[in-house]
Design a binder for this molecule. Sequence first.
Ligand SMILES: [Zn+2]
Length: 269
Amino acid sequence: MKGRTLVRGWVKGGLRQAVALVGELTTHQDGPRILCYHGVVEQPPDEWSVTPQQLSAQMEIVCGEGNPVSIGQVVAWLLDGGDLPERAIAVTFDDGYQDVLERAAPILDQRRLPGAAFVITGLVDGNARDESYQPTRPLLSWPEIQLLARRGWAIGSHTLSHPILSQQSLAASQKELTASRARLAEVLGQDVSVLAYPYGTRRTVSQRDRDLARAAGYRVALLDSIGAVSRGCDRFALPRCKVLGSDSLRVFRASLSGRLDLWRRIEDR
Ligand SMILES: [Zn+2]
């Protein structure tokens, strides 16, 4: 990691630790939780990625203290009256880095954990990325995405070019959501029901974008705003618990139990 990125990671890690401590004094919302990862690499270039060792230790906690479920099970629970165990946890990866297949999938497979990957379809096709987004490592190719799908992973959309949707024109935002869903359906030969918004904060995703996600045919859409999913929440703004490389296992446990939910106040401010 570069110096400034490293320091920012430490500061954020310390802040999240403090929030988790304060969170022990509060009550939290029950319900399934969706974890949001990005890549898994030996030497993470930024705070968004974790090491294989971190992921392994975290998945041990997920299996030991929670009940792993697929994102499809969460959707079925939310919309179709399906059952879910207590402390249900789904594991998702945004951006579609190659290391999701190479590093994350073997760790999840080892524990029979279902995974989900949200891919940026235009970038997989070799088209231009949005200027706000800079991939730090190679992305999955279509054959690799198809391989993940055959291995039981859920594949969802992370738009065409990873823009800040709320800053796009209506037509551009609509295209990002509809064309990426259509492309995935074409390549995978199946309906695509889940969208993960790029950046996924309440500032980068407007109500208009949520409406466009609904109109594009998704069944649910995921933010990166921490919290538990509840049957009463807006299904086009489902919360997810983002896991950062600077998170200690204590902070990770706090994000599973709800003790870190106060973090949303900091991030949404
Ligand atoms: Zn992303």
